[in-house]
Design a protein around this ligand. Structure first.
Ligand code: HSE
Length: 317
């Protein structure tokens, strides 16, 4: 019987204008999952560290457990001799829950990558995506892929279509540095999706199309200024920003300190900004933290380039 441990990074989903269709990976922080093949069938969660006892240990309710269960069911359907095998999971959370950094996705991705490695890599990395998306469905009610796909594959990932699933990997421009400020409050993605209106004016849709296309062009050209301008979000940010205390002040602080663009990370409450240098990113991070402190809210700041790799195997047993 073998085992493996995988790390999956935090992700910034939506990237301003591209709701549900674009996301990118950071280098850190992230979650680790250890998966161990067992002779006793089924998926078990042996332990979770770093969640304060809040995440479900029931594998049918836990994002990592559900993803690995879906992977195992798929493999057993193709090879009945695997039906007697099981997988034991141990999860180490490095990501805060409900932070807008793709916490549930990181656990799901680390779990399927570790499980696949422990089983001897029956599937290619990209084939793991639908199983990790099942974890997202249990975590927040919809199987969107804009956190899961970049956590798994790295770089920027575009989801052109959900049915059928059509995922396009984009480069990770080394010129871009990302600042993410995470206030110490929680926002539930399910709730943050419920506040969104179901239809949008044509003028807002036109502006959004322009920005999403410009964002993709900026990514390919390594043009961080264009990427920053293209974060402008006329549809989602005006509604969700009301759920984030101090959003306007933090965004203004980031832009005044030199950020090239700024928006909500995923469904919030984290706020991210794009910068061209580490020095600028550090200045922007301090300004965002100061603006949050005036709310008053304490906030953690991370500065990272876009992570081109996504999840990695950190140990094999
Ligand atoms: N696209 C998703 C949303 C990401 O904004 O609801 C959060 O998980």
């Amino acid at each position: 019987m073998s085992s493996a441990t995988a790390f999956a990074p935090a992700t910034v989903a939506n990237v301003g204008s591209a709701f549900d269709v674009l996301g990118f990976a950071l280098e850190h922080p992230g979650d680790c999952v250890h998966a161990s093949v067992s002779a006793s069938s089924g998926v078990r969660i042996l332990g979770i560290e770093g969640d304060g006892g809040r995440l479900p240990r029931d594998p049918l309710k836990n994002t990592a457990g559900v993803s690995v269960r879906a992977l195992l069911d798929h493999l057993v359907a193709g090879d009945a001799s695997l039906a007697s095998l099981g997988l034991d999971l141990t999860i180490r959370k490095g990501l805060p829950i409900g932070s807008g950094l793709g916490s549930s996705s990181a656990s799901a991705v680390a779990a399927v990558v570790a499980a696949n490695a422990a089983l001897g890599e029956p599937l290619a990395r990209s084939e793991l995506l639908p199983f990790a998306m099942e974890g997202e469905r249990v975590a927040c009610g919809t199987a969107h892929a804009d956190n899961v796909a970049p956590a798994l594959l790295g770089g920027f990932v575009l989801i052109r279509s959900y049915e059928p699933l059509d995922v396009v990997m984009l480069p990770a421009p080394p010129q871009a540095l990302v600042v993410v400020a995470t206030p110490h409050i929680e926002l539930n993605t399910h709730d943050a999706r419920r506040v969104l209106r179901r239809s949008v004016p044509l003028s807002a849709a036109v502006a959004q199309w322009g920005n999403v296309a410009a964002l993709v062009a900026g990514i390919f050209q390594g043009d961080v200024a264009l990427m920053g301008r293209a974060l402008e979000d006329k549809i989602i940010e005006p509604e969700r920003s009301q759920l984030i205390p101090g959003f306007s002040a933090v965004k203004s602080a980031a832009l005044d300190a030199g950020a090239l663009g700024c928006s909500i990370s995923g469904s919030g409450p984290s706020i991210f900004a794009l910068c061209r240098s580490r020095q600028s990113a550090e200045r922007v991070g301090e300004s965002m933290q100061l603006a949050f402190s005036q709310v008053p809210l304490s906030a953690t700041v991370h500065v990272s380039p876009v992570n081109p790799l996504g999840a990695t195997i950190v140990a094999r047993g």
